[in-house]
Write a protein that binds this ligand. Structure first.
Ligand code: GTP
Ligand code: MG
Length: 465
């Protein structure tokens, strides 16, 4: 079963029971599913972990109205229902250890449920039931899988056409060469040979992996090829895009197309149906600094990937009755993550640049009349902004421990352009944003994030009234 859930009649009953409970909660508008969306390494797992830490702690969230108004009472983790639970305790232990460590990249899907308690502001409700609860449900998954969602609307020819076209672009051409050469040597209409298809799939996977690891590109499809999770070694992944042409039964083309359809209809559709079709709110995390570091091709790639992803979500307001059966996302927040990699003085530009980048992708949700906002945040702040004087100039710098160095450093990470970078920006080598080691996560401590509370207020504040 796609998406990592257990199978069998027992599991089905558990799932059904779980759904009935959720539907009842939804009727009372007390259950909210938050989509934490983002390409790989964009900061999803850290965002979720820090959000839970801060909501459990109840400290350091002045911009959350319920906290500010003294109505927030606290939170507790709840069993997440069928499927794996988000390993909050493990991640929290890593981040609060000595020395603290960033958790590793996500390889499997996991669900989290957090129940929040608050005093209602409603006058009538306050008399009947002053203490209210809201259950927040979030899933964490490898960012690579997100890029599979657009495949739901593409047949094998369209998927292949896109993949082959992308492989022609200057940034990817060299990486694609071994796979393309083997492809050119084959007769695709000839009777299929499993071993040949498997070999082609392996070469295509190696190309995607190079795109990820060496070129730092995001748009890599299908996502399970580079991060297979429970499908590692499965024949479901033994296919590759092929140029269009005759596909007589039993040919390599016919076999690959059939495999693709199974992948799309079982793996991707299952992931979508079970997890992605039912969200109420969405945050889209974007690591703009990594994109700036990696150059114009990477930047364009990020924009294209975001546009593709947002096509897969359903936006628009719905009445509470309609929401019960077909929930719709009614608020989307675009957030530039890891804002602590640059000084405070750069945050306005970071936000402006993200606004510019998501102008296209945000059009769809905006057109549906839903609330869209943009901000720059750091879920887990690992630096301080400091000003230093250098050759008579005041520079806004950051002080922190670099990821692979065991010492505190003050550095000038460069400036962020408020608009899409110009040609000379890319060639001047001005983007050198560095990664930092985490600061130890502590209970009761303020200032461990940047604007995480504003993000939470936008996403769920109205449900805590
Ligand atoms: N300084 C800083 N670094 C961050 C922050 N959030 C994430 N990072 C860095 O970004 C890396 C990736 O963050 P994750 O949260 O694991 O990213 P992800 O989106 O879950 O990635 P996948 O699981 O691969 O999809 C971390 O290991 C950190 O190095 C932040 O708020 N501040
Ligand atoms: Mg992750």
């Amino acid at each position: 079963m796609a998406g990592g859930g257990p199978a069998g009649p027992g599991a089905f009953l558990a799932e059904l029971w779980d759904e009935i409970g959720l539907a009842a909660d939804r009727l009372r508008d007390r259950h909210l599913r938050l989509a934490v969306t983002g390409l790989r390494r964009s900061g999803k797992t850290i965002f979720i972990t820090s959000l839970v830490h801060h909501l459990l702690d109840g400290v350091g969230l002045p911009f959350l109205a319920a906290v500010h108004e003294g109505r927030y009472l606290g939170a507790r983790l709840r069993p997440p229902g069928p499927g794996a639970a988000f390993p909050y305790a493990e991640f929290h232990a890593e981040l609060s250890g000595d020395p603290p460590r960033w958790p590793k990249a996500t390889e499997r899907l996991a669900t989290l449920r957090l129940e929040l308690a608050f005093r209602t502001r409603g006058m009538i409700l306050a008399r009947v039931s002053p203490i209210q609860h809201l259950t927040l449900e979030i899933i964490d998954y490898p960012g690579e899988w997100l890029l599979d969602l657009p495949l739901l609307e593409r047949d094998f020819a369209a998927f292949s056409g896109d993949a082959l076209q992308l492989a022609e672009t200057p940034a990817r051409r060299d990486a694609a060469a071994p796979w393309r050469e083997r492809l050119a040597s084959l007769d695709l209409a000839a009777p299929a040979d499993e071993a040949t298809l498997a070999e082609l799939a392996a070469l295509y996977t190696a190309y995607l992996q190079r795109c990820h690891r060496e070129l730092g590109l995001s748009l890599v499809q299908p996502g399970r090829f580079t991060n297979p999770g429970e499908l590692a070694g499965s024949p479901l992944l033994a296919f590759a895009p092929l140029p269009d042409g005759p596909a007589p039964p039993g040919s390599l083309r016919a076999l690959a197309a059939a495999r693709y359809r199974r992948y799309r209809d079982e793996v991707v559709a299952g992931f979508y149906r079970e997890h992605f079709s039912r969200f109420d709110r969405q945050i889209v995390l974007v690591d703009l600094l990594a994109s700036l570091n990696a150059g114009p091709a990477h930047f364009a790639d990020t924009e294209q990937a975001l546009t593709l992803i947002l096509e897969s979500f359903r936006y628009g307001e719905a009445s509470w009755l309609a929401r019960l059966f077909a929930p719709r996302i009614d608020k989307v927040l675009f957030a530039a993550s890891k804002a602590d990699h640059v000084a405070h003085s750069q945050h306005a530009n970071l936000k402006a640049l993200l606004e510019r980048l998501v102008q296209g992708p945000a059009r769809r949700p905006r057109f549906s009349g839903i609330a869209v906002d943009v901000l720059a945040l750091a879920a887990l702040r690992s630096t301080d902004s400091v000003r230093t004087e250098y050759q008579g100039q005041v520079l806004s710098c950051v002080r922190g421990r670099l990821k692979d160095e065991d010492r505190e450093t003050v550095l000038f990470p460069g400036e962020i352009p408020p608009d899409l970078p110009e040609r000379e920006d890319w060639t001047s080598g001005r983007f050198r944003f560095r990664e930092f080691a985490p600061r130890r996560l502590r209970a009761g401590s303020v200032e461990q994030h940047i604007r995480l509370d504003q993000a939470i207020e936008f996403l769920i504040g109205d449900k805590l009234r």
